[in-house]
Design a protein around this ligand. Structure first.
Ligand code: ZN
Length: 93
């Protein structure tokens, strides 16, 4: 019997481990485009809010109807228009 057969082999060699990591990096789990956009929005949310840019429509968010909407932007990163689309307007126009 060859010596290398009797010697205990590691389950994963370093090369195997690296190629496995490569596969994981190269092939991310399939996600829908909208979910990707949502995740990107979540992860970049603070940067958008700091820059006064809406995380959803990517336009500058300077106008807010009231302090509540302004506070909502600091939480969700949604501009007034997107807030109205998501939450609806409180008063019927
Ligand atoms: Zn918006």
């Amino acid at each position: 019997m060859a010596a290398w057969l009797t010697k205990p082999q590691p389950i994963l060699s370093l090369d195997n481990a690296l190629s496995l990591i490569g596969i994981l990096i190269m092939k991310p789990a399939p996600k829908s485009e909208s979910l990707n956009q949502f995740l990107n929005g979540v992860f970049n949310r603070e940067a958008f809010i700091t820059d006064d840019v809406c995380v959803s429509c990517k336009t500058p968010a300077f106008y807010f109807r009231d302090d509540l909407s302004k506070k909502e932007f600091s939480l969700s990163g949604l501009c007034q228009i997107c807030q109205d689309e998501v939450f609806g307007t409180e008063e019927p126009v």
